[in-house]
Design a protein around this ligand. Structure first.
Ligand code: SF4
Ligand code: SF4
Length: 94
């Protein structure tokens, strides 16, 4: 995706193309990242349901819940809603 000049950016920063969120990798925003303790996870998918960025994924074959760090913004909502308390927000190392 090439950088747009200020003349090409719509007034008010409107998003004109539907379904383009996939192109905006917001994972670089976070200062904390969620880590799932798989030994405690019961795959209830509360974290998947509440994640505002759809950054939680679930593999139905392996029955495994994971975080896609390319889109996770590190808001910590998943940690708050997890009934097993098996998500911990840890400092992002870059
Ligand atoms: S909310 Fe917690 S227990 Fe439920 S799927 Fe997510 S990590 Fe696993
Ligand atoms: S920290 Fe926020 S953005 Fe990242 S997976 Fe959890 S709920 Fe989604």
């Amino acid at each position: 995706m090439s950088e747009k000049s200020w003349k090409e950016i719509p007034i008010g920063g409107k998003i004109l193309e539907a379904g383009n969120a996939r192109e905006y990798k917001t994972g670089g925003w976070k200062t904390f990242r969620p880590e799932i303790d798989r030994s405690e996870c019961i795959n209830c998918l509360f974290c998947w349901l509440y994640c505002p960025d759809m950054a939680v994924t679930h593999d139905p074959v392996k029955n495994e819940t994971a975080v896609n760090y390319e889109y996770c913004k590190g808001c910590g909502i998943c940690e708050q809603v997890c009934p097993k308390k098996c998500i911990k927000m840890v400092k992002e190392e870059r």
